[in-house]
Ligand binder design. Structure first.
Ligand code: ATP
Ligand code: MG
Length: 202
């Protein structure tokens, strides 16, 4: 939790509400929060799921860890405090996208329970769908698309999740995907089925 620093600030209500924006678009806004080790497949699945949703006529947007660290979060590193602030900001941004009536997909390792739960707690029940992108670290290390594990093992990258920093496994995610056993299209289908079954999309 971050304390409110400025005290003399007041909420200013708009004339157009989230429900109005959702009616205009013809669908709801919500967050699909991918979490998992590096190379588990968060970005790959966010991209494939966004494509599937977009092709069905849904307004979507991806917030991807590496991309956001080029801009909004370029002043943050990988210490526990910076990881906490990274996820806090993304939780707030995701909430804004949901308020816009957009289906937003976030692809961040987000290793700590506390930070994921804080992002969840910003939302109404049902507006935050946690997707555990589960893959054994040995497989992630074999995939190593950006040579990050190699660099972490060599000590070139410090505080690397799974090697020199912790990953706290989700306890009760809405969706649990095993990317070492399932193809990308199967994973996307599981997500789409969940969204239909829970009336997020029709
Ligand atoms: N079922 C699957 N789902 C997702 N990715 C898969 C799957 N099977 C194999 N892969 C491969 O695993 C790699 C995952 O890389 P990706 O960049 O998506 O990981 P990431 O979780 O976003 O990692 P990082 O945290 O470093 O950004 C890709 O090369 C992808 O093709
Ligand atoms: Mg990624």
């Amino acid at each position: 939790m971050v304390d409110q620093k400025a005290t003399d600030v007041h909420w200013h209500y708009g004339a157009v509400q989230r429900s109005d924006r959702e009616r205009l678009k013809g669908h709801r806004g919500f967050t699909i929060w991918f979490t998992g080790l590096s190379a588990a497949g968060k970005s790959t699945l966010a991209v494939a799921t966004e494509k599937a949703l977009f092709e069905r006529g849904y307004h979507t947007y991806i917030l991807d860890g590496d991309n956001i660290r080029h801009g909004l979060n370029k002043n943050l590193g990988f210490s526990p405090e910076d990881r906490n602030e990274n996820i806090r900001r993304i939780g707030e941004v995701a909430k804004l996208f949901t308020d816009c009536g957009i289906i937003n997909l976030t692809a961040f390792i987000s290793p700590y329970h506390k930070d994921r739960n804080a992002a969840r707690d910003l939302n109404r029940s049902g507006d935050f769908i946690e997707v555990f992108v589960d893959c054994p670290i040995e497989i992630c290390e074999q995939r190593d698309p950006n040579d990050s594990y190699k660099k972490a093992r060599a000590g070139i990258i410090k505080e690397f999740t799974g090697i020199s920093a912790p990953y706290e496994t989700p306890v009760n995610p809405e969706i649990h995907l095993y990317t070492d056993k399932m193809q990308v299209n199967e994973c996307v289908q599981v997500i789409i089925n969940y969204l239909v079954e829970h009336n997020h999309i029709s």
